[in-house]
Ligand binder design. Structure first.
Ligand code: 5GP
Ligand code: ZN
Length: 114
């Protein structure tokens, strides 16, 4: 999608600190980190929200979680704990309408989230 910021990052049309990429997904550091570790894991396919995930996307979604777990291990935060979160629509605070998992870690998280 031409006016989508995450499609542009995936296409390398705008820069990001990319820490993983493969045929299906890309992961890069959040520009406004909310924790010592804050990475976004993003499918190359433009899917606006979790409500738009189709049957044929199920393996792709699992792939995003596996990338998140690998990055958590690589960053050394896996044992202490981390969150993989997908915000959906306004009440959850979704601001970029191309699905992404937030990997958050490196500090204790609050529950319930604010
Ligand atoms: P959402 O609020 O949709 O769940 O998450 C969007 C996230 O994308 C936010 O945490 C925000 O800081 C991040 N973000 C927005 N624009 C950019 C950008 O241009 N580059 C990077 N690296 N992160 C971005
Ligand atoms: Zn997109």
């Amino acid at each position: 999608m031409t006016d989508c910021i995450f499609c542009k990052i995936a296409a390398k049309n705008i820069p990001a600190k990319i820490i993983h990429e493969d045929d299906l997904a890309i992961a890069f550091e959040d520009i406004n980190p909310q924790a010592p570790a804050h990475t976004l894991i993003v499918p190359r396919k433009h899917i606006p929200t979790a409500l738009d995930i189709e049957h044929t996307d199920q393996a792709l979604i699992g792939h995003l979680f596996r990338i998140g777990a690998k990055i958590a291990r690589d960053k050394g935060i896996a044992g202490k704990g981390f969150r993989l979160v997908m915000n959906t629509n306004a009440d959850a605070g979704q601001t970029v309408f191309h699905i992404h998992l937030h990997l958050l870690g490196g500090r204790a998280m609050h529950w319930p989230p604010g």
